[in-house]
Design a protein around this ligand. Structure first.
Ligand code: HEC
Length: 95
């Protein structure tokens, strides 16, 4: 019971998709973005609420969806095609 209480104390339960997205985010994005996606990180802006279309364009292809106004006009972030199979999970986590 104590173990269960501790396990639950880390915050509201995420869906399995969002939980996978959290793992991908922590492993691949937090060198630059904040571990809390709602906050700006050391290099990258907050990414909470990023749409699936934005994630797919920016993370996989290094582009922005048509008509999207980027939060920064720099181009420091290289595309990360290795996470292309995790875009749904990332979107679920960041929604
Ligand atoms: C090398 C540092 C770095 C890494 C690693 C990185 N980013 Fe970024 N990211 C940035 C920076 C800096 C920007 C601001 C635009 C630019 O300079 O490229 C950005 C911009 C973005 C944007 C666009 C935000 C907006 O609304 O304009 C999204 C979405 C994003 N990153 C998601 C991610 C995700 C998801 C990952 C992990 C899979 C990731 N980034 C990994 C540095 C990084």
């Amino acid at each position: 019971m104590l173990y269960l209480a501790l396990a639950c104390s880390t915050g509201p339960a995420l869906s399995p998709e969002a939980e996978r997205g959290r793992t991908v985010y922590q492993a691949n994005c937090t060198a630059c973005h904040n571990a809390d996606p709602a906050l700006d990180g050391p290099l990258g802006p907050s990414v909470k609420g990023s749409s699936r279309a934005l994630l797919e364009a920016r993370v996989v292809r290094g582009k922005y969806p048509e008509g999207y106004k980027p939060k920064r006009d720099t181009t420091l972030m290289q595309p990360l095609p290795a996470v292309s199979s995790s875009i749904d999970d990332l979107a679920a986590y960041l929604q």
